[in-house]
Design a protein around this ligand. Structure first.
Ligand SMILES: C[S@@+](CC[C@H](N)C(=O)[O-])C[C@H]1O[C@@H](n2cnc3c(N)ncnc32)[C@H](O)[C@@H]1O
Length: 200
């Protein structure tokens, strides 16, 4: 059965031409933190079907670039400032792959990556933590100094450790639940700004 969400954000997304209701999570974060600037290079991990890419592409403008990655194919956005690749972020040579495509550094790394949940709480938390940690690791390898990172986490026993690690690398770290996040879900976003310097 195909699940079609009917809440106000899903309706708004259909009216405003966004591919998913998640667009409003990034718009909310952007309104609060001004993460994405004109001409920025943005890496979007777990990007399918592409609503965060649509939002990011508006903010970076013609001279910026948005690179979206997902296990699933992403339909092209149809704008020259966006590129999408079907790829597993867990692959060992993921950073090498991006470099071969000509992408070596970014101003913003976004991760809305989420695992296929199994329904077993501990297993889902572990899978999610693994993906959030991987996104974090990619961000600190590829961000430019003073860059920003957004990483989705499902709050669990490993979350404080990830936040502590983020605080080591960024001058400002916040844990936020955007308005469009489903109430009652354990989903949060780590919003980290002022990257202290790349590990490359
Ligand atoms: C919540 S969706 C992202 C929605 C997207 N931000 C948008 O606004 O359209 C999470 C995505 O993470 C992707 N994903 C999960 N594990 C992944 C992995 N190892 N590598 C790349 N993408 C992954 C899933 O395929 C799924 O499309």
């Amino acid at each position: 059965m195909v699940y079609i969400p009917h809440d106000k954000f899903a309706r708004k997304a259909r009216q405003e031409g966004y591919r998913a209701r998640s667009a409003y999570k990034l718009l909310d974060l952007q309104r609060k933190f001004g993460l994405i600037k004109r001409r920025d290079r943005v890496l979007d991990l777990g990007a399918a079907p592409g609503s965060w890419m649509q939002v990011a592409a508006q903010f970076v403008g013609d001279k910026g670039k948005v690179v979206g990655i997902d296990l699933a194919p992403i339909q092209p956005l149809g704008s020259a400032n966006a590129a999408a690749f079907q790829k597993d972020i867990g692959e060992e040579d993921f950073i090498g792959f991006l470099e071969k495509q000509g992408f070596k550094a970014f101003d913003v790394v976004l991760s809305d990556v989420a695992p296929n949940t199994t329904g077993i709480k501990e297993r889902d938390q572990a899978l999610s933590h693994e993906l959030s940690s991987r996104a974090f690791e990619i961000a600190i390898r590829l961000l430019n100094k003073y860059g920003a990172m957004v990483v989705k986490v499902f709050e669990g026993p490993d979350t404080p450790e990830l936040i502590k690690e983020a605080e080591r690398h960024f001058s400002s770290v916040k844990l936020i639940k955007p308005e469009a996040s489903t109430k009652g879900s354990k989903e949060f976003y780590i919003v980290a700004q002022g990257f202290k310097g790349p590990d490359r």
